[in-house]
Design a protein. Sequence first.
Length: 223
Amino acid sequence: MITVALADDQALVRAGFRVLLDGEDDIEVVAEATDGEEAVALARHHRPDIVLMDVRMPRTDGLVATGRITADPTLSRTRVVVLTTFELDDYVFGALKAGASGFLLKDIEPADLVDAVRVVAAGEALLTPRLTRRLIEAFVAQTSVGGHDRDTTALEQLTPREREVLTLVGQGLSNAEVAERLVLSPLTAKTHVARLFTKLAARDRAGLVVLAYESGLVVPGRR
């Protein structure tokens, strides 16, 4: 059973998501929060697999709440998915840096929301790759203004093959696509990705994508 906590200050939005998700045999909504402060408290109490986190909320916003959840070692298995109204919401850049595992637009189709929850719970791929890549590219473009040098320290511990895998993951490729591109078995590709999680202390694929961009292995707009 995939457990989900909802964090949104609009009761109608929470109600709609609850009806949709609770209607699935393998998903259960275990908590509802009306602001970021409550979202963090409920996450620590229930330890859900997924927190669907709105960005703009009273008291503590979704960006700060996301950072608190992802920084809490007791919530290492909890994934935060940020909900946003706009494709390039400035607050989402901060949520990405804070450790969000994915992004969804609030006008997402119901079936796509259910699929997204399952995908993130499984840790297999990024949500809505097109949107995620756009957000990452915009975020990196903002942080690189002023000509700051990129920090490549994290890459020093990687083998050449692991760098190749990280580059492809950063471009949004799945394990199967990485295997095909590098002529590896799917199991070998999965093993390389698992080692990247450990070596780079990344929570999930979204974290690997951020590192790939920040280190310069992937350049915005170039494939």
